[in-house]
Design a protein around this ligand. Structure first.
Ligand code: PEP
Ligand code: CO
Length: 472
């Protein structure tokens, strides 16, 4: 057994004087049977790459099976409990990060700015909601993308589509677009180094409430954002009060920032699944929360099958065509026992449809009674193309979907549990609007995303201040 991991003990503690490190172990079967979660192989798997060399793929997955887990069972259990609290209205979820992380941008600087953005948003939301904020990054694993078309055509040349750095390369050449299984190992390595940095930043003083609050003051002191100054001033007074009252700021120097990604590539996710040393149950150790995308949530599909077998908290994206029957069937498949925090629905209806489409889904789950944590993704139902040809979104439309989400929950009497957004800590110009008033012409200034447009650092903070207003 390896040494106790100093950065985390499962909050539940463990029996006896020696803590159980709960390092999940690889599946080993002396009689050679397949792992209990390998049942997905007999189900239809959409959005999977076709590797030209299946032998190379099995070599890589065999190697991955021997690698240490990226996250630990105790951490995953903690997140499940936190998400359960959010489902009851005792916490609020902030989930955010890139649409598609890239290997080239998993650098210390990019990660630091993204983490900083999430932490700054979390302080504002904590104040607005008067609740703990469950912080989850689309970070350290978000390297694979579902696509609407299998091919892409440019100037009369048609090539396989880019499916994320975990699969192929963005460059528009025949060679780069061939799926390469060695990229799965690169995904593992980039995830590991990113998680290492997250753990260092969030446990090493960088997340100190006073520091994060200082950054937020810098933001609202910019005249462009003066409309948020009074809320920032209130937060400032609250921090001052805590200081004067002798609050234990040392305990506010560390935060939990969990890692999540879309569990798209089934070979990778099943190779990263391990048996928890304490309970003997399987955990997908590629990330704390795994979600199933709108395109792969078929009830009899391979994605639902694999994730029904692991103990991680699971997210499922729900688009505007989702029926109340789908909601109940997904609960039956993914959370039959009704365990709090196990299932989070991430609705992405589009601002024009949410008020009509969401309430009946909320009614259905409410009548069913098994707990669900509801969050809103106001990004993916609101993607448009600018007249200049950029894939973009409008800040006001995004906020309109968030408002619609709160209205729908108020109407039905259910809990709006959190937000799921695409953001970056960098000063890009990909989403229109916000107080900086990025317009169509402004998009070309710094448009860098390889897939979907992200809120930049300032737009993310504006969103946090506006959502805080809705939460009060
Ligand atoms: C995403 O979150 O980047 C995504 C592809 O979402 P959806 O499955 O909701 O389309
Ligand atoms: Co996206």
């Amino acid at each position: 057994m390896s040494a106790h991991l100093p950065w985390r003990q499962g909050r539940g503690g463990s029996a006896g004087s020696l803590p159980d490190p709960r390092v999940p172990e690889a599946w080993e079967s002396p009689t050679g049977e397949t792992a209990p979660w390998d049942t997905w192989r007999t189900h239809r798997a959409l959005q999977q790459p076709t590797y030209p060399d299946p032998h190379a793929l099995s070599e890589v997955t065999a190697d991955l099976r021997r690698r240490p887990p990226l996250v630990f069972a105790g951490e995953v259990d903690d997140l499940r409990a936190d998400l359960g609290a959010a489902g009851r209205g005792e916490a609020f979820v902030l989930m955010g990060g890139d649409c598609a992380e890239t290997f080239a941008e998993s650098t210390a600087d990019h990660l630091r700015l993204k983490i900083q953005t999430l932490l700054q948003m979390a302080v504002v939301l904590t104040y607005g909601a008067s609740l703990p904020v469950v912080k989850i990054g689309r970070i350290a694993g978000q390297y694979a993308k579902p696509r609407s078309a299998d091919v892409e055509t440019r100037d009369g040349v048609t090539l396989p589509v880019y499916r994320g750095d975990a699969v192929n390369s963005f460059a528009f050449t025949k060679e780069s677009r061939i799926p390469d299984p060695h990229r799965l190992m690169e995904m593992y390595q980039h995830s590991a180094s990113s998680l290492n940095l997250i753990r260092a930043f969030t446990k090493g003083g960088y997340a100190d409430l006073r520091l994060v609050h200082h950054w937020n003051r810098g933001f609202t002191q910019n005249p462009a954002y003066s409309r948020y100054e009074s809320l920032a001033e209130e937060i400032h007074r609250a921090v001052k009060f805590m200081e004067a009252a002798g609050a234990d700021f040392d305990s506010l120097r560390e935060v939990d920032l969990y890692s999540a990604h879309e569990a798209l590539l089934l070979e990778y996710e099943s190779a990263m699944t391990r048996i928890d040393s304490r309970t003997g149950r399987p955990y997908d150790t590629s990330g704390h929360l795994l979600w199933i995308g709108e395109r792969t949530r078929q009830l009899d599909g391979a994605h639902v099958e694999l994730l029904s077998r692991v103990l991680n908290p699971i997210g499922v994206k729900l688009g505007p065509t989702t029926t109340p029957e789908d909601v109940i069937a997904l609960i039956d498949r993914l959370n039959p026992e009704g365990e709090p925090g196990r299932l989070t629905f991430i609705t992405r209806m589009g601002a024009s449809r949410i008020r009509q489409a969401l309430p009946r889904l909320l009614e259905a789950a409410k009548a069913d009674g098994r707990p669900v944590t509801w969050t809103t993704d106001p990004m993916h139902g609101n993607t448009i193309t600018s007249s200049t040809g950029y894939k973009t979104r409008d800040f006001a439309t995004i906020m309109d979907e968030v408002s619609g989400f709160f209205e729908a929950h108020a109407e039905v009497g259910t809990i709006p549990g959190g937000i799921h957004i695409e953001l970056t800590g960098d000063d890009v110009t990909e989403v229109m609007g916000g107080s900086e008033q990025i317009d169509e012409a402004g998009l070309e200034r710094r448009y860098e995303t390889l897939v979907d447009p992200r809120l930049n650092h300032q737009q993310s903070l504006e969103m946090a201040f506006q959502v805080a207003g809705l939460l009060r």
